[in-house]
Write a protein that binds this ligand. Structure first.
Ligand SMILES: Nc1ncnc2c1ncn2[C@@H]1O[C@H](COP(=O)(O)OP(=O)(O)OP(=O)(O)O)[C@@H](O)[C@H]1O
Length: 747
């Protein structure tokens, strides 16, 4: 029902203009407050004054950023309340928008979409109107209201057909029909009821959202992050929210959605990036990645640590200048079992081990020195002397070395002997065996990252390299302080900023880091909430790592079991979640496909029966009017011409190819990366296209995609469900029989 009559439009325009005026006033006011704080910033004062000023500056800066982020589509809806519904004043109308606004008398002008009173905007239906008589969608261009769409929720006035309408169908279909920009957009104006329930679901426990392609899992997860931060600000602001996606291209695709929702305490990451200090770039063979992802690796890593605590069979001789000390097997074993009993991680248990052996060595040394019984003080002095003797240190280090997770895994994967000790068969070891790292080479793969994390847990983070780094940092700070003094002298700024403050600004960036930035640097950071997207792809070992980041198990896990491409990935949510969140997870479903038109989904649904005949494809909300097609080509050389014919003006087209098929299209971006999102034409593999969408999709050699991995049917299903408008399939050999629903084109 469209009510874009001139009079109504003019009235809404007037109201929206007042909202923008208010927004402008607040921007100017906040800018003034920020400038005021910054102007005092350089004037010295106590440390406490300075840190108060910094936090005010942060607060005003992020408020200002929020005020600027809502320029587009500031207000998108209105609710007309049934009589007697509003207890506050005599409000009969509520305007809904990207943030809340009030005037100087605290009268509310605009309601944040996440506020509880805004909920009927997304949930009210004619059958359950929630005290609303009318829901109005306002479409704006810049600051101008262009059209209005109404849903009448007053039961008496509606026919049965009207009662069954979707929430703001016209608004929704308009949003879905738009050409893709290469970046995901927010959907605050058109969130649907089943999505809203998930967005506003309780913070506690693990919420699993299972839904087919295009059902809005990603976009809903992002809105949930914004909603949770708004509703549980106190609890979440300090700990932050982690959002894990499958790869960096995907993170690029979604990164703009959150700032437009006004959220900054969110860390976007991938499993490959989650271990601080490691960049996992190396490609891994699928069989090795699957093996490294299996839960059994927990034991393998534990055995690898034990192997480093193995005691030698022979007596260890330590030659000092004046005499030789000896550690026999039994003494070593006793020290080892003491250390093991301490139940501390390897690097901290080392203290127990070393103390035990040093005591034994000190007694021996006393005998050699003919000093018999020593008093406590002398004993301690002699022990300290021995501790710093190089041969003693070397021997103790060999028996129980300090280890970083990197050292442990490099040691393991480069030695068949160690792998055998860790319980691997010769064939398994062959799968993992590697050459040691060479300078400049990326040694780590994504599958190694959860193993590094596992190792870090068993080893403990306190190791010598950390201590050395801390000492170095202290020295550096001293140097920087000296440098700061010099610079301030030279620049004549000495009287407006003291050296310590300058040095702090230069070096101790920690003070200025956001929660998300601090969390990114800290392996042991516990997030307030964790969201995992494309969660079906995570291996058992990756789940262990993710769970460590969220001891409270407040999580949102979104994915589709039918789309699992990784051989280490999930085929069933219970298998994944029972081990770490047994009894604390609940499942919700999304059933409507907002991306793929009906015509395309019919083809994909046939492929879904190959994945599992019991699975049901999501229902598409719209038709494109274009039939998906298949075409036999004589060679890959023909693809460029077909791509040119299929492109839609201003839209994005992707050619999806099997792994290892090299296709060089003139003008196309090949492979993952931000450029692939921007380009009019890109060539991607299925794994690279996962989670993304394009106006036009051309799938090349579907038979090869089906055959190239045990998850071939899932991969083809993913490929066929990426398009919002047109789908074509090109093949040089026969067309797989599962694709017979495609129209056959001959030229
Ligand atoms: N309520 C909505 N209003 C407007 N657009 C929507 C709505 N829900 C989903 N969409 C759009 O539908 C498309 C698919 O959403 P999204 O990528 O979140 O789906 P998905 O379930 O994660 O898909 P996949 O499993 O294929 O990765 C996006 O363009 C999204 O913006």
């Amino acid at each position: 029902m469209s009510h874009s009559t001139a009079g109504e439009l003019a009235r809404e325009q007037q109201y929206v203009a007042t909202l923008y005026e208010r927004l402008d006033v607040l921007r100017v006011r906040t800018r003034g407050q920020l400038d005021g704080v910054l102007a005092q910033g350089a004037a010295g004062g106590t440390h406490q004054n300075r840190s108060e000023r910094d936090s005010f500056a942060d607060m005003y800066a992020s408020r200002l950023a929020r005020l600027w982020a809502v320029e587009h589509g500031l207000c998108f809806g209105r609710l007309d309340l049934a009589e007697g519904v509003s207890e506050e004043l005599d409000e009969t109308r509520l305007y809904i928008g990207r943030l809340g606004l009030s005037d100087d008398e605290q009268r509310r002008l605009l309601i944040d979409w996440r506020a509880p009173v805004a909920q009927p905007f997304y949930r009210a239906t004619p059958a359950a109107p929630m005290g609303i008589t009318r829901r109005r969608h306002l479409h704006t261009k810049g600051r101008t209201v262009v059209t209005i769409d109404d849903d009448l929720l007053d039961l008496d006035g509606l026919s049965d057909a009207d009662k069954a309408t979707l929430n703001g169908e016209a608004a929704l279909l308009a949003a879905l029909g738009e050409t893709r920009t290469g970046r995901m957009r927010d959907i605050v104006a058109t969130i649907q009821g089943e999505q809203d329930k998930i967005i506003r679901s309780d913070l506690n426990g693990v919420l699993v959202v299972q839904g087919g392609p295009g059902t809005g899992k990603t976009v809903v997860a992002l809105h949930r992050a914004a909603y949770l931060l708004y509703t549980y600000r106190e609890r979440l602001e300090r700990r932050g929210v982690l959002i894990l996606g499958p790869n960096l291209t995907f993170l690029r695709y979604i990164e703009q959605v959150l700032p437009s929702l006004g959220e900054t305490d969110v860390l976007l990451s991938t499993v490959a990036e989650l271990y601080p200090g490691v960049t996992a770039r190396r490609a891994e063979r699928p069989a090795a990645a699957a093996f490294k992802g299996a839960a059994r690796m927990t034991e393998v890593v534990a055995r690898a640590v034990q192997e480093r605590q193995r005691m030698p069979r022979q007596t260890v001789e330590i030659r000092l200048d004046k005499f030789t000390l000896r550690l026999d097997r039994q003494t070593c074993d006793v020290a080892r079992s003491r250390a093991a009993k301490s139940r501390r991680p390897h690097n901290t248990a080392r203290g127990v081990f070393v103390r035990q052996l040093l005591n034994a060595l000190t007694k021996q040394a006393a005998r050699h020195l003919g000093r018999g019984m020593l008093n406590d003080e002398d004993f301690a002095d002699l022990r300290e002397e021995l501790r710093t003797e190089e041969p003693v240190r070397a021997a103790l280090n060999k028996l129980w070395p300090y280890l970083t997770p990197q050292q442990l895994l490099i040691g393991l994967f480069t030695s068949r002997e160690r792998m055998a000790y860790a319980g691997l068969t010769s064939a398994e070891a062959g799968l993992l065996l590697r050459e040691p790292p060479r300078a400049g080479e990326g040694w780590w793969s994504e599958a190694d990252v959860p193993l590094l994390d596992e190792a870090a847990e068993l080893l403990g983070d306190i190791d010598e390299s950390v201590l050395r780094a801390a000492r170095r940092a202290e020295e550096e700070r001293e140097q920087q302080l000296a440098y700061a003094r010099e610079v301030l002298e030279l620049t004549g700024m000495a009287d407006i900023m003291d050296a310590e403050r300058f040095a702090e600004r230069q070096q101790a960036e920690e003070t200025y880091l956001t929660t998300a930035e601090r969390a990114a640097k800290d392996r042991t950071w516990a997030f307030g909430h964790v969201i995992v997207d494309e969660a079906q792809e995570l291996s058992a070992m990756a789940w262990r790592m993710v769970m460590r980041r969220c001891p409270t198990r407040s999580m949102t896990v979104v994915g589709d079991i039918a789309q699992t491409g990784s051989t280490a990935g999930a085929l069933n949510w219970a298998n994944v979640l029972d081990p770490d969140a047994g009894g604390r997870w609940r499942e919700a479903g999304l059933t409507v496909n907002y991306r793929t038109p009906v015509e395309l989904m019919a083809v994909a649904a046939d492929v879904l029966t190959l994945v599992d005949p019991g699975l049901k494809a999501p229902e598409s909300v719209r038709e494109s009017g274009e039939r998906p097609w298949a075409r036999r080509i004589a060679g890959l050389g023909e693809i460029a011409r077909i791509v040119a014919e299929e492109q839609v003006p201003g839209g994005k087209l992707v050619v999806i190819v099997p792994d290892g098929l090299e296709l060089d299209l003139p003008g196309a971006v090949v492979g993952a990366g931000p450029a692939a999102l921007e380009a009019p034409v890109a060539v991607l593999t299925v794994a690279e296209a996962k989670g993304l969408e394009f106006d036009v999709v051309i799938v090349v050699e579907p038979g090869r995609i089906l055959a190239e991995s045990p998850r071939g049917p899932s991969d083809l299903y993913v490929a066929l469900t990426r398009a919002t408008r047109r789908l074509g399939v090109l093949h040089t050999g026969g067309l797989p029989s599962v694709l017979t629903a495609l129209d056959r084109r001959t030229q």
